[in-house]
Write a protein that binds this ligand. Structure first.
Ligand SMILES: Cc1ncc(COP(=O)(O)O)c(C=O)c1O
Length: 395
């Protein structure tokens, strides 16, 4: 007998591996400068701070920390996340907070609770590749809603809500991945109003909320939510540690929260108690604010260095200059195909993600997403020079 494609479930058929993960496979070469991933800088992680906290929670809590825990989460963590969220402008009760394995799992649980094959999910155009992959797992029909430099266009969103009568829309309002754009305050208010008017749940995925290098923090979409249609997805991946896999979802409708809890039971039963307790202790000790303040200094410099690097890019390149987050997005002259040039760039020692992967309907081969958090400034300078050379040679 031969094991072949016919063994796979039909619902897995539309899903390809993440292009970013595939690009990672190209990065083994020594000296490679990668603008591809979305990792926080290693310099922004704090092993020396986390190690004693881990020791402390294990010694203090003892055996129960190694036990099974509640799907609803480690109670002290729910309290400290609620406090963090209130501070971030996310109105919520502690009972509405469900700790998740990153915001990825929050989106997965929502889809699991709501989506039958063929149901429409509205997304920004372009949007986060990981979310596209998660949505595809449920065989949803993905409908891309046009966006501009101020985020998703509310009139287009309304049109799509009327036309498709979806249950769910997915929006990244702050320093969007991949474009770095931020949804304006007025549009945030409109999104909340439209969600209530048409009865569409909106997943507000906000992992970059705290990574602001300039300008004022904006109110969350959730802060305009009067009825409960906005599900807020929070993550500590970009500000404490992606590897600990701690995030949370805020779900206002109790019946929906219950379905998410049931969905989580069959996914992973609960988040590991150890990582929940570590994040809880970290938040209770009040370490987050100072830490974020510190990492913003480095990220801001890295962003500025990357933006300067665009000076040597082909004429006609248009880039977003984000006020925060981890990415710069650019539209190159029409005749430059970043998908086709990736291998050549990698051969020259620099990697990126071709923009096409973020568009549900493909195309846009002249776009590119560059991450700056994961390369020190001197490497950003060299990497941008190498990239500019490859792009110009092929212009
Ligand atoms: C918009 C967005 N959502 C979610 C994630 C994944 O976050 P988490 O580690 O919390 O699952 C990312 C990471 O790149 C992201 O950019």
């Amino acid at each position: 007998m031969e094991f072949n494609e016919s063994y796979f479930a039909k619902h897995m058929a539309p899903i390809s591996g993440s292009a970013i993960r595939d690009i990672f496979k190209l990065l083994g070469k020594p000296g490679m400068i990668s603008f591809a991933g979305g990792n926080p800088s290693n310099a922004a992680l704090e092993p020396d701070v986390i190690a004693p906290i881990a020791q402390e929670v294990i010694s203090t809590i003892g055996a129960p920390i190694l036990q099974y825990g509640a799907t609803e989460g480690f109670i002290p963590l729910r309290e400290s996340i609620q406090r963090y969220l209130l501070d971030s402008g996310v109105p919520c009760e502690e009972s509405q907070v469900l700790p998740t394995a990153g915001s990825t799992q929050g989106m997965d649980l929502l889809l699991k609770a709501l989506i039958d094959p063929g149901d429409v999910v509205l997304v920004e155009d372009p949007t986060f590749l990981g979310a596209l992959q998660t949505i595809s797992t449920y065989n949803a029909k993905i409908v891309a809603v046009p966006s501009d430099e101020n985020g998703i266009l509310p009139d287009e969103l309304e049109k799509a809500m009327k036309q498709y009568k979806p249950k769910l829309a997915y929006i990244i309002p702050t320093f969007q991945n991949p474009t770095g754009t931020t949804l304006s305050v007025e549009r945030r208010r409109r999104v909340a109003e439209l969600a209530a008017k048409y009865g569409v749940l909106v997943a507000e995925d906000d992992p970059y909320h705290d990574l602001r290098y300039e300008g004022e923090t904006l109110p969350t979409i959730k802060s305009f939510d009067k009825e409960g249609w906005i599900v807020y997805l929070a993550s500590f991946s970009k500000i404490i540690s992606p590897g600990m896999r701690v995030g949370a979802m805020v779900v206002s409708f109790p019946a929906l929260l219950r379905k998410c809890v049931i969905g989580k039971q069959s996914s992973d039963l609960h988040n590991p108690l150890i990582t929940q307790a570590i994040v809880d202790a970290y938040l209770r000790k009040g370490l987050l604010k100072e830490h974020v303040k510190r990492i913003l200094v480095g990220y801001k410099k890295q962003l500025e260095t990357m933006i300067s690097g665009f000076e040597s890019f082909p004429e006609g390149t248009k880039l977003t200059k984000p006020q925060g987050g981890l990415f710069v997005w650019a539209e190159l002259p029409e005749n430059i195909n970043t998908t086709a040039l990736l291998q050549k760039a990698v051969d020259n020692g620099v990697a990126y993600v071709p923009g096409t992967h973020f568009y549900p309907n493909g195309g846009h081969h002249n776009t590119i997403r560059l991450n700056f958090s994961n390369s020190p400034e001197d490497k950003i300078v060299i990497g941008m020079e190498k990239l500019a050379k490859v792009l110009k040679e092929n212009n």
